[in-house]
Design a binder for this molecule. Structure first.
Ligand SMILES: NC(=O)c1ccc[n+]([C@@H]2O[C@H](COP(=O)([O-])OP(=O)(O)OC[C@H]3O[C@@H](n4cnc5c(N)ncnc54)[C@H](OP(=O)(O)O)[C@@H]3O)[C@@H](O)[C@H]2O)c1
Length: 236
């Protein structure tokens, strides 16, 4: 794991979190956004010598693991050829209002990560890092063996790719719950019991403004046994 290059597509809330966590874990990071590497100079300077910025194609090509941290609806802009053969962590979520209507997703005929996998022949797509909000994600990272370590769900059909993602998540501070194949990623999509809400509780006293209440809420670790129960609650 120590030499794996982490490519991050998207430098917003989640992309920044993942870059920060990976850099802190000593992993080389290359990050891209829609505006080009010039827009990322300050961010990668903060992260130090192991971090750099590139174009989307450049970041994907240099990476061993690619984290998708951009709106789901931007998938069509990503370069299919470069993604082929890559291990990809799909941290995106499908929200029709933001991402546009895709009937098979809106109707639940497939999952969002299966849909993406179907767009990119040869890509080794694993669902992960999609179900914790960007404020709690860095707050919940813990060293291996910590009793307060949170387990994050992963799902994927490619066992070897999934093992690489499990090792990556371990390196940045998380245990994992293997949900099974990509189709089982339905258990960690929006509005499921393991999506976002178990990972925080209101501060005391809670802020009146809903956004401030969200920001100031306290992180709640979700260890493996609890993650398993939450994922199982989605049902067959
Ligand atoms: N926010 C959360 O708490 C959270 C938690 C888990 C998962 N997620 C999921 O993670 C994804 C990103 O969420 P976010 O909150 O980080 O979004 P965000 O803050 O809006 O950041 C989105 C990033 O994607 C980049 N981007 C958009 N289109 C692109 C393209 N065609 N090529 C390259 N980069 C592109 C943007 O580039 P520019 O900077 O150049 O505009 C921006 O850096 C979403 O699918 C979301 O559902 C979010």
């Amino acid at each position: 794991m120590s030499t794996s290059v982490v490519g991050i597509i998207g430098s917003g809330n989640i992309g920044k979190d993942v870059g920060q966590l990976a850099t802190a874990a000593g992993l080389p990071v290359v990050i891209a956004n829609s505006r080009g590497p010039e827009a990322l100079g300050e961010l990668v300077a903060e992260w130090g010598d192991t971090a750099s910025a590139d174009t989307v194609v450049g970041a994907i090509e240099r990476a061993d693991i690619v984290v998708l941290a951009l709106p789901f609806g931007a998938y069509e802009a990503l370069p299919k050829v470069s993604l082929s053969g890559k291990v990809i962590v799909d941290a995106t979520n499908y929200y029709p209002d933001r991402d546009g209507m895709i009937a098979e997703l809106a109707e639940g005929a497939t999952t969002s990560t299966e849909f993406l996998s179907g767009q990119w022949p040869g890509a080794r797509v694993v669902k992960g890092l999609n179900n914790v909000d960007f404020i709690r994600l860095p707050q919940l990272a813990r060293p291996a063996g910590s009793p307060e370590r949170t387990a994050l769900p992963v799902a994927g059909d490619d066992a070897e790719a999934k093992a690489q993602v499990v090792a990556f998540l371990d390196a940045i501070g998380f245990d994992t719950l293997d949900l099974g194949g990509l189709a089982e990623g339905r258990r960690s999509q929006p509005d499921t019991p393991i999506y976002v809400t178990p990972y925080f509780r209101p501060a005391e006293p809670p802020a009146e403004d809903p956004m401030q209440a969200f920001v100031t809420a306290l992180p709640v670790p979700v260890p493996l046994a609890q993650a398993r129960e939450l994922a199982a609650a989605t049902g067959a």
